[in-house]
Design a protein. Structure first.
Length: 220
């Protein structure tokens, strides 16, 4: 995920944390280890708030389909970069790691953004939790997932090859809720088309960046 709107001081690349591929060498800077799905949004927040001392490295967004990779990947990047930065922070929610990511963060002494998943912290964790029962029938998309719907939803589930499986996967949902980080007509059109593809009613909520700016400010 190389393309993003960010200052030159914000470096984001998806990495599998191969030795010798660390990001930057600057003891005055903060390194944010993030999910690749957040790269564009973090870049926008950094630009808007002048957080030029932050650098960003991203693990592959597709690891959400293999959450067992997330905690070990984060730990490897922390250990690879610990001596290179004043502080390291983790821009991952719990993301299905079954407590393993929190264990890594506690053992390595780093802070991660609160929340079970990005849908929650984009809406605001308290607000998302308050709506949990009302939204039990909702399938969520973010800006990133609206852009990458085919490669992150349709193809991994095999629906491009076996569309007849759609109702098996999505039969318990009634709505596709588009949690929009930005007002973007093209993305909204993509989200509406995704709802149509899945046979779900479309709903849009403009969340902005939710709890993410506050987290980045706090760890800066």
């Amino acid at each position: 995920m190389r393309a993003m709107n960010a200052t030159a001081t914000l470096l984001c690349r998806e990495t599998t944390s191969s030795k010798g591929e660390s990001v930057g060498v600057n003891a005055e800077k903060v390194l944010v280890i993030a999910c690749g799905a957040l790269a564009r949004e973090i870049g926008a927040i950094v630009d808007a708030n002048g957080l030029n001392h932050m650098e960003l490295t991203c693990l592959p967004a597709i690891w959400h389909n293999r959450p067992e990779k997330i905690a070990p990947g984060v730990r490897a990047l922390i250990r690879e970069n610990r001596e290179r930065y004043k502080k390291i922070a983790v821009a991952y929610a719990e993301c299905g790691t079954q407590g393993e990511l929190d264990k890594v963060c506690a053992e390595e002494g780093v802070e991660r953004i609160a929340g079970p998943h990005c849908y929650s912290f984009y809406w605001g964790n308290d607000a998302f939790a308050a709506r949990a029962e009302d939204d039990i029938d909702a399938f969520f998309l973010t800006d990133f997932l609206a852009r990458q719907f085919e490669s992150f939803v349709i193809e991994p589930l095999g629906l491009d090859r076996h569309p007849e499986l759609r109702d098996m996967y999505f039969g318990n949902y009634n709505r596709l809720v588009f949690l929009a980080q930005t007002e973007d007509a093209e993305l909204e059109a993509k989200a509406r088309e995704a709802a149509k593809t899945l046979g779900l009613r479309f709903e849009k909520r403009v969340t902005g960046m939710g709890d993410l700016p506050g987290f980045l400010a706090a760890v800066s």
